[in-house]
Design a protein around this ligand. Structure first.
Ligand SMILES: [Zn+2]
Length: 124
């Protein structure tokens, strides 16, 4: 940050978590990054940023999903052992939690990745 810069010019990072939650475009800040709950848009419909080409390396998405699933399965087993909840309660609870955290995790991961790639592409 250099002195004399006006606050409107240093848009910078709006915070990765909020960017992931609202799916903000790294260039224009519009909510255009995601076309599906956990699927990136091909390009920003507001500024035309080529999101698809920034997503290179998205092949790790499978690994992230598997790690998340592994953590959740271990947590589910531990809770099952500890509380012994009825089966239907486990299914409802863990089903919702799995869907929620996989979507949330993927959004965060993809947003971090796209923002990282976008910054790299801005380097001279
Ligand atoms: Zn944009």
């Amino acid at each position: 940050m250099t002195p004399g810069e006006s606050p409107t010019e240093q848009k910078g990072q709006p915070g990765l978590v909020s960017a992931a939650l609202s799916g903000l475009c790294p260039r224009c800040g519009e909510k255009t990054l995601f076309a599906a709950p956990a699927g990136l848009a091909e390009e920003c419909s507001a500024c035309g940023l080529d999101v698809l080409s920034l997503e290179r390396g998205g092949r790790f998405v499978g690994v992230v999903t598997m790690l998340l699933a592994l953590v959740l399965i271990c947590a589910a087993l531990a809770v099952d052992e500890w509380l012994r909840p009825p089966l239907w309660a486990s299914l409802v609870f863990w089903g919702a939690l799995t869907v929620g955290s996989v979507i949330g995790g993927l959004r965060l991961y993809k947003t971090m990745w796209v923002y990282h790639q976008y910054e790299e592409s801005q380097q001279p």
